[in-house]
Design a protein around this ligand. Sequence first.
Ligand SMILES: [Zn+2]
Length: 293
Amino acid sequence: MAWTDDALPDYLAELGVPGIVDAHSHFMPKPVMDKVWAYFESGGEKVGREWPITYRFSEDERVATLQKLGVTRFTSLCYAHRPDMAAWLTQWALDFAQHHPQAIPSGTFFPEPGVREYTAAAIESGVRVFKLHLQVVDIDPRDERLTPVWGLLCDTGIPVVVHCGSGPVAGRFTGFEPMAAVVRDFPDLPLIVAHMGMPEVAEYVGLAETYDRVRLDTTMVDTKYLPQDHHLDRAVLPRVRELALDGRVLFGSDFPNIPYQYAEQVEALARWDLGDDCMRAVLFENGEALFGA
Ligand SMILES: [Zn+2]
């Protein structure tokens, strides 16, 4: 029987956590969100299949939904797909976080002139996490215009969520090597590998084992909606448990842009059967340690 959203608060209470910290959720300016939804629902080429949005609600309703589910903190990840957009998106996300204290101030950047300056300004203004999407945006993380930004993130410890794996559809700069090359150059980079790097999960688990500041987010991993070849190789689970207990696996959902109920993501993790201590770490403790006040 599938878990439902209604049952989630009781599950969290039983597990003994105050709620969920969601490291990978999306809030964006309405015109941007509307475009993203239209793209998903048309099953665009970078989506790979039909993708109905379960939580296609107004912004207020989406915030209220997370609260009802027991989510105590969440990111509002945006990404720019062209120049001259990132600073504006970041400002929007900062304003959003001002109005919603549960929102973790989020930002983004783009390989363009001035990127170091506006990223430094964003950190000054309180941004606690950035987002970069190598697939949808088609950027190379080794682009030399990003070099000073990687250095800045190393120095400040502010993490960046990067969609760098080649799922669901590969891009020119996705896969393991482009992002791994950046981490080798910047061994202190606080990287959060979105979707655990699907389908290159084993490689990215290895990267996290080598570099202490590399983390993985669970977004969409092992949900039933994914094609079979994207499912996790069970052999990697003991290593995932070790990383989770070391603070390096974070819960992420992709809310609201998911074609299933939020609880499905929690159920997918519970199916790994890694123990309640591991579930507490992933659902709450690791995210709270990283993003908590
Ligand atoms: Zn996402």
